[in-house]
Design a protein around this ligand. Sequence first.
Ligand SMILES: *Cc1c(COP(=O)(O)O)cnc(C)c1O
Length: 378
Amino acid sequence: MSSSDNRPIAFLDLAAQQKRMEPALRQRLDAVLAHCRFVMGPEVAELEGRLAAWCGARECVGVSSGTDALQIVMMAEGIGRGDAVFLPAFTYTATAEVPLVLGATPVFVDVDPKTFQIDPAHLRSRIQAVRAAGKLRPRAIVGVDLFGQPAPWPELRAIAAEEDLFLMADCAQSFGAELAGKALGREAVATTLSFFPSKPLGGYGDGGAILTDDPERAALYRSLRTHGEGTSRYEVLRTGMNGRLDTLQAAVLLAKLDSFKEELARRESIASQYDAGLGAFVQVPARVANSASAWAIYAILLASTAERDTLQARLKDKGVPSAIYYPLPLHKQPAYRDHHDGTALPVSEDLARRILALPIHPELTNQDIARVIAAVTG
Ligand SMILES: *Cc1c(COP(=O)(O)O)cnc(C)c1O
């Protein structure tokens, strides 16, 4: 064994990525430092155009974070007090936080035990239950592409149409993924993205975007991101927020987009190597049919919490980092549990007890991947 065999592997290696992209990054950042238009500079519109073109969407609105993207979309629909917003219990906190901030109520839906995506059958029963209880008005469904794989979009669209609900897509983890050969980004009326540094396409700070094919909604999102402004800057048409994307973040993202296709291919190759090396030992992620994942997260399932925790400790000893997404489903979180109606969400609870995420980022070498596999199976 050479001494490099115990060198710690990074869960996320932004320094190595930066080194690889340095010339493109410097050129983009220098351009911003030269023109000094730090708020709504030309890079913002350029990035919006590139993101819209990537997905084939008509409109893209750059915003300050994935969370603010969710908030602007919900504000534009007037979602608030008395409204029920249906979303998976097994996701990042922001998806549930935003309806609460706006005075609405998140209604937690369980997920599929194999793909970890929202369960359409359970969603239907949750909508019926809320209608029957008669306290909240069903308004919206937030589909989340968990870990970078697509949510069951055809089913979610059918349910939204039947139930007359607004459908939005939280694609914070899935920009770059595909369904039926098409880039995700047009599966719902509005799609939100996050450029938090750890996402597959990540900036050097907070950032986000909203995609839509509806020009009227896009105009509303643009107004809301700048304090509800009208056609002139000091005309305030509605209550908005300061939700703009920084020019510097847009510049970083433009540089990163140049090699994003290759990064996605590398993530897929790592996932395939993990599948092949680990599939006989642990439950590897089930692939959503007819799709390509952005592989934000590669999560395995162990037989029990004890096995998961033992494995995590062993990996740590061997210099292999791992992480738990998510250790607690949202309906059990101290901040949200009082808003939950008590419905059992057994799959979300079970996943939280047994899941473990392995490193998956484009800077991993094949030797790193072999070490991760050996550490898990050894
Ligand atoms: C990261 C994330 C968000 C929030 O994005 P920020 O840019 O961090 O505000 C929302 N939803 C999901 C599913 C996420 O993973």
